[in-house]
Design a protein around this ligand. Sequence first.
Ligand code: SF4
Length: 322
Amino acid sequence: MYTLIKKDEPFISIHHLSKYYHSGKGRQVKAVNNLSFDIYPGETVGLVGESGCGKSTAGKTILRLHEPTRGEVFYKGRNIFDLSRKSLVGLRKEMQIIFQDPYSSLNPRMTVEDLIGEPLDIHKTHKGKQRKDRIIQLLELVGLNHDHLNRYPHEFSGGQRQRIGIARALALNPKFIVCDEPISALDVSIQAQIVNLLKELQEKLGLTYLFIAHDLSMVKYISDRILVMYLGHMVELASSEALCNDPLHPYSQALLSAVPVPEPHSKREKIELNGEIPSPIDPPSGCVFRTRCKHAASICTEKQPEWKEVKKGHFTACHLYK
Ligand code: SF4
């Protein structure tokens, strides 16, 4: 597998995962192509790329909220795509998702008590006083309190609504959470608070995260490793430090150059990417990034670059690295 060498066994192993959609006239949208990586216990893997690169589809397919076109996801030694619907219900308790837009993911007609209590009701885990105590416990865990129980989502700020979404995701004591752009809809000042809350919860509850985002600025603070995707393909995977200090793939270099630097005299220049991201219905031949890459050569049109370990634990797919 394409991972850092660690003494722990992987918590989740993703093998050659692809997800295509039919788009009519026999054509397919190749949203996710051949994703293979491991996530270790207690780790946060950041999944980064522009909008439309397939990262949210990948996250949802890993949870089997979408069925894959091909590939396997192993959790506790079992391929989750082989599980029956009944076994999958048990798995849902352990694998949860936090959505991007807390307003549209929370039913506006439900109180906070019912929103957080809903997973407990569906899985019949808590009733009566136990249920209420659990909901208050979850509210406190995310920095809210019992005064919020009878309020509705519109009565909260964006950051508070995301805290409610997080409490809901935590209700069943999950082990693994896909955080699907959980800060993208929030003001910058609130983003750091939510990232810090997720970090605290990870430590307290021993959680493992796949943290999806479209830019690197916050991802680098929360992630142990970062995986960069472009047009449904993996293009680079490394520790957060290695990827942010020494990005290898031209696409990662461009993403990183867009992150604001706190030092006023920094010489880092923004790398502009030419053109739009191509259509996943008709991706470029060879390297999918070649239409926007200033280093593109003839081999990049002819041959898809192989996934290679260029430095220890640092992988990329680019013909610049032999
Ligand atoms: Fe650029 Fe070629 Fe590397 Fe693709 S393989 S990123 S086109 S240099």
